[in-house]
Design a protein around this ligand. Structure first.
Ligand SMILES: *Cc1c(COP(=O)(O)O)cnc(C)c1O
Length: 380
């Protein structure tokens, strides 16, 4: 099955044996009647499993070319489950430019449990090997990174992980499986904040993991059930509904993202534009090799470099909404230094380029003329 068919049908055979509904029913129940003691029905208690969630989990597995999907109450709950594979003393090698909430979870929660995190630049994958030691257990990457749009060579990192018997987890939130399929590139775990493009309509908070390996899936399922950060059936339904149009939305996100990136690059008041589709992007070739498009996320700085001018610009936008988050049908604008990345100390932030004048756009699927006009008036 091709990807554009999988978004609609992947893993959705026989989702409603009772009435053959085309969309899975929302099983708003916490428990299921058991006929006899000692029988183990497929669904017994809704933390352990719910048919609506199962339909979503099968869809997720299909989209990422995995065998097992797991849905969580948020993207961070999904990351949290991965970290619970580790033990005190273990080390995680992670990108130095990552989602602020991931950084906070790593440094403010899991460091207290004795897990060590090393943040290193990974734009040049050949340098990663030198940071591996006998305590390293997991490599954590995000590509494209948030908000600097750095690209990491997933296949190259996967080789280093395999050679050293480490797990490789990829936060695929920005790319989505429409543009990039990390399991095919050798990753062990794909993670999503399905709150973003997969859900796609800014109406649900949801996380996901997809893996191929049965033993790893069993362990993660054990953690999902034992820790309990599961999503409710209504949210699973909404995410599944969002996924049905992922391919058409992503196609438009890519077109609009490209137009916005080129417009900004040609504007006299704009300084740097971060978008991996530019040929002078440092890892443009790797991006073109591992992704089938460049996505709808664009970051830029203004020439004044001042925090005030960035803040004013974002506040003047009318079609772009000033808001956290990304990946919905509507265009959003954010100021990473005070919003999504405020939990990262200023010195750490600036080392990776998240300066006070940086603005991040999640380019939606509105008419491109309206988006460009909006940016024009805000920059003027
Ligand atoms: C939003 C986001 C997360 C966290 O997901 P939530 O659903 O908000 O918990 C993780 N990684 C990236 C790249 C994100 O954009």
């Amino acid at each position: 099955m091709k990807f554009n068919t999988k978004t609609i049908h992947g893993g959705q055979e026989n989702i409603d044996p009772a009435y053959h509904s085309v969309m899975p029913p929302i099983y708003q129940t916490s428990t299921f009647k058991q006929e006899k003691i000692g029988q183990h029905p497929e669904f017994a208690y809704a933390r352990s499993g719910n048919p609506t969630r199962a339909a979503l989990e099968k869809s997720l597995a299909s989209l990422e070319n995995g065998t097992y999907g797991l849905a969580f109450g948020s993207g961070l709950a999904a990351i949290d489950a991965i970290l619970k594979l580790l033990k005190p003393g273990d080390e995680v090698l992670c990108t130095n430019d990552l989602y602020g909430g991931s950084y906070r979870l790593f440094t403010k929660i899991y460091e207290d449990f004795g897990i060590k995190f090393r943040f290193v630049g990974m734009s040049d994958a050949s340098k990663i090997g030198s940071f591996v030691n006998e305590s390293t257990k997991l490599i954590w990457i995000e590509t494209p990174t948030n908000p600097m749009m750095n690209i990491i060579d997933v296949a190259a990192v996967a080789q280093i992980a395999k050679r050293n018997k480490l797990l490789l987890a990829v936060d695929n939130t920005f790319a989505t499986p429409y543009l990039q399929q990390p399991l095919d590139l050798g990753a062990d775990i794909v993670m999503h904040s399905a709150t973003k493009y997969l859900g796609g309509h800014s109406d649900v908070v949801m996380g996901a993991l997809v893996v191929k390996d049965k033993a790893l899936a069993d362990r993660l399922y054990f953690i999902q059930n034992a820790s309990g950060a599961v999503p409710g059936p209504q949210d699973c339904f909404l995410t599944l509904r969002g996924i049905k149009t992922l391919h058409v939305r992503m196609q438009r996100h890519c077109e609009n993202g490209k137009a916005v990136a080129h417009f900004l690059k040609s504007h006299p008041k704009v300084d740097k534009v971060y978008w991996p589709g530019f040929e002078d992007h440092p890892n443009h070739n790797i991006c073109s090799k591992q992704m089938t498009g460049y996505g709808g996320m664009v970051s830029f700085t203004t020439k004044t470099g001042a925090r005030e001018s960035a803040v004013q610009l974002v506040e003047r936008l009318k079609v772009f909404t000033l808001a956290e988050s990304l990946g919905g049908v509507e265009s959003l604008a954010g100021h990473p230094a005070t919003m999504t990345h405020a939990s990262i100390p200023k010195e750490e932030r600036e080392k990776t380029g998240i300066v006070d004048s940086l603005i991040r756009l999640s380019v939606g699927i509105e008419d491109i003329d309206d988006l460009i006009d909006d940016l024009k008036q805000a920059l003027a």
